[in-house]
Design a protein around this ligand. Structure first.
Ligand code: SF4
Length: 65
């Protein structure tokens, strides 16, 4: 499973970071950093990555399998 981040769509709401702060992190400038850019999400982190994608209010996190 991978997550595609639409950085143009992201508005820095931070819900993903609240749900999975080790995967999604906002820096001081409000820019989102994604720990698994272009990589498979480790199986043990899939549930949290999916949950984070589910709470994004602007649907900037897309799950692809
Ligand atoms: S919840 Fe969505 S809009 Fe907010 S920081 Fe995460 S990806 Fe961006």
């Amino acid at each position: 499973m991978k997550v595609i981040v639409d950085y143009d769509r992201c508005e820095g709401h931070g819900m993903c970071e609240e749900r999975a702060g080790d995967i999604f992190r906002l820096d001081d400038a409000g820019d989102l950093h994604f720990s698994y850019e272009g990589e498979e999400i480790p199986a043990r982190r899939e549930a949290d990555a999916k949950a984070a994608a589910g709470v994004c209010p602007v649907a900037a996190l897309k799950i692809v399998s």
